[in-house]
Write a protein that binds this ligand. Sequence first.
Ligand code: HEM
Length: 142
Amino acid sequence: MSDADLIEASLIALDGREAAMRGLLFDRFFARYPGRRAIFLHVEATSVRMTDETLQWLYGLARDRKWVWSQVAELVFNHRNYGELGQDEYDAFVDLAIDALRDTLDAWTAPTEAAWRRQAATLKTLVARARAEWAASPLAYP
Ligand code: HEM
């Protein structure tokens, strides 16, 4: 099976368990970065979008979809509203999303794990590229 097929199978299996998966992800993220909890005004709403977009991007990357890059670039720019976010925070969020998925789903195989982690590595490089390009752009904060 391709990475895209394996990832899609996980997304189908997640049906009905999204809230449990998000709960694990955000609990673990805030345990690792306790100082960040206070900058979330509406975590119940935001956590849905943050989680769904992360999973959708990983699926889009597995399908080699070029729209992922423009969405990542915009998101990284928007997130400067929330202060100086580190690459480590983005990397941790992506890793913890996959950990939460693994710990929520009944069926999780080595090929499924490899498929998600491979696409995660690509997503992290896109975030790093977006951060570097925005930092170098005339729109960068002084
Ligand atoms: C791949 C990773 C991420 C994705 C896809 C993502 C996505 C989103 C989305 C879609 C929103 C809703 C508002 C908007 O459209 O700008 C949002 C809000 C937000 N994100 Fe992220 N995000 C990611 C990583 C992070 C990280 C690492 C942090 C670090 C703390 C963060 C902090 C926030 C905060 C503080 C808000 C506003 C929350 C609120 O007011 O309730 N995000 N994010």
